[in-house]
Ligand binder design. Structure first.
Ligand code: PGA
Length: 260
């Protein structure tokens, strides 16, 4: 049975380290020593050190939102995997749609970053997902499949065991429109079938695939109860401790009941 994994992607929020510390403290207090659902916080990189300090003696992981594929050198404005580890990171989000679409990041670059993240011993959270235009053109499986193949290219089954995937339909991110549990489960099952084809059954059954896109305390339980949805990557609702804890509690309730 795969454990549920709930990660908060704070994006370019909150505005100050003081607010970041307060948010992390509130989440830490709510999670306590609970480990039946895995949790990670992904603050802006300038707040990583401060949040790492808060998360001492907590099972909550710390993630960055991006990294460069090179280990060091003349890459102005970039951060390497080893720098993130030094700042306390356990995880790193790669290929978020806001980077793929806003910063023109390609799956080839995501693939380079993924290999560098694994070399640095970080757990990558690799995001894939279709736009509304692609969904309406019935190209969801094709787009998601190509992103998956290209982003994971060259990885061994063993390396894949250390990778988390996040299916995030672009049209559902920050829009208040959530994929229905049936829509999300369909794509998650497709992702798992591709993992089976590429890496074999043992790996496919172990890889955690999060859903992301307007996840809230009210819709989390129905999404998390789907057989191939193993957690969520939460944006907006991770900025309010009560909402984020509500999603974690939904995950705990689903875990306690077991999946259908
Ligand atoms: P959202 O963002 O929860 O605000 O839709 C999710 C994400 O972008 O990871």
């Amino acid at each position: 049975m795969r454990p549920l994994f709930i990660a908060g992607n704070w994006k370019m929020n909150p505005g100050t380290s003081e607010a970041a510390v307060a948010l992390a403290e509130a989440v830490k207090a709510g999670v306590g020593q609970e480990t039946r659902v895995r949790v990670a916080l992904c603050p802006p990189s300038v707040f990583l050190n401060a949040v790492d300090g808060v998360l001492e003696n907590s099972p909550i992981g710390l993630g960055a939102q991006n990294m460069h594929w090179k280990a060091d050198g003349a890459y102005t404005g970039e951060l390497s995997g080893s720098m993130l580890v030094d700042a306390g990171c356990t995880h790193v989000i790669l290929g978020h749609s806001e980077r793929r679409h806003g910063m023109h990041e390609t799956s080839q670059e995501v693939n380079e970053k993924l290999k560098a993240a694994l070399a640095a011993k970080l757990i990558p959270i690799v995001c894939i997902g279709e736009t509304l235009v692609e969904r309406e053109a019935h190209k969801t499986d094709e787009v998601v499949g190509t992103q998956l193949e290209e982003s994971l290219k060259g990885l061994t089954a063993e390396e894949m065991n250390g990778v988390v995937l996040a299916y995030e339909p672009v049209w559902a991110i920050g829009t208040g429109k959530t994929a229905t549990p049936a829509q999300a489960q369909h794509v998650h099952a497709f992702i798992r079938s591709m993992l089976r084809e590429i890496f074999g059954e043992a790996t496919a059954s172990r890889v955690i695939v999060q859903y992301g896109g307007s996840v809230k305390p009210e819709n989390a339980a129905d999404l998390l109860a789907c057989p191939d949805i193993d957690g969520s990557l939460v944006g907006g609702a991770s900025l309010k401790a009560a909402d984020f804890l509500g999603i974690i509690n939904a995950g705990l309730a689903v875990t306690a009941k077991g999946k259908a």
